[in-house]
Design a protein around this ligand. Structure first.
Ligand code: HEM
Length: 182
C-alpha cells in the first residue's frame, strides 16, 4: 500500500499538541501497520484497493474533526462499516491494540488520550451494532474507556495511565495477545 512509513525512533520526542501534520503522520503510521497486519491487512486490502489515498485523506479529516474540532468530516462511520461483513470480535481487539499503541508511541499522554477515548467509544458503538446490543464488550476494554474518561473529567484524584505489565505495549492487557500473533 504505502512505502517509507516513518516509525519514530525510540528516543524521538513525542508530540505534545495534535495538529494537522502530525495527525496525517499518525494516520499513515497506523494504516501502514494495519496493512502489514496478518489479521486486519486482508480486510482493508479487499475494501480499499486503489482507494488507499482517499482513505488516508478521509481519516486525517476524521481525526482532525474529532481532536482539533475542525468539523470537516462529512461521513457516517456506522454506514461505512456496514458492508464490511467479515469483521469479528478479534478484529476490534487487534484494531484497538494497533491504534492505541501507535498513538501512545507518537504523542505525550495528555494528547494521546484525546485520540484514545473517541477510538474506544466509536469502537464500542461499532461492536454493538455489528454483534448485537447484548454483545458483551470485553471487560478490559470497558475499564480502559472508563479510566480515560475519569482522567478527562478529573474524577480520578491521581490521574494515571492504566498499568503496563512489564514491557508489554500499553493495550496488550486487554487484547490478551501481542499484536504480531494471528
Ligand atoms: C475491526 C475494526 C475495524 C475494521 C476492520 C475497519 C475497517 C474499515 C474499512 C475497511 C473501511 C473502509 C470502508 C470503505 O471506504 O469502503 C473503514 C472506514 C472507516 N473507519 Fe473503520 N474499521 C474498524 C474500526 C474502526 C474504528 C474503531 C473507527 C473509529 C475510530 C473507525 C473509523 C473509520 C472511519 C471514520 C472510516 C471512514 C468512513 C467514511 O467513509 O466516511 N473504524 N473502516
Amino acid at each position: 500500500m504505502m512505502t517509507n512509513i516513518q516509525h519514530p525512533a525510540a528516543d524521538t520526542p513525542r508530540e505534545r499538541e495534535p495538529d494537522e501534520a502530525n495527525i496525517r503522520a499518525l494516520v499513515e503510521a497506523f494504516y501502514g501497520r494495519v496493512d502489514e497486519d496478518p489479521l486486519l491487512g486482508p480486510i482493508f486490502s479487499r475494501a480499499l484497493t486503489g482507494r488507499w489515498d482517499e482513505h488516508l485523506a478521509k481519516m486525517t479529516t476524521f481525526w482532525s474533526s474529532l481532536v482539533l474540532g475542525t468539523k470537516n468530516y462529512r461521513g457516517n462511520v456506522q454506514e461505512a462499516h456496514r458492508p464490511v461483513d467479515e469483521i469479528e470480535p478479534r478484529h476490534f481487539a487487534r484494531w484497538l491494540s494497533l491504534f492505541l499503541n501507535t498513538v501512545e508511541t507518537r504523542y505525550e499522554p495528555a494528547a494521546a488520550v484525546q485520540f484514545m477515548e473517541p477510538a474506544l467509544r466509536i469502537a464500542q458503538s461499532l461492536q454493538l451494532s455489528k454483534f448485537g446490543w447484548d454483545y458483551q464488550i470485553p471487560v478490559e476494554q470497558q475499564e480502559l474507556l472508563a479510566a480515560l474518561k475519569r482522567q478527562r473529567t478529573g474524577d480520578n484524584p491521581e490521574p494515571r495511565f492504566p498499568e503496563r505489565p512489564g514491557a508489554e505495549p500499553f493495550p496488550a492487557k486487554f487484547v490478551g495477545k501481542p499484536a504480531d500473533e494471528k
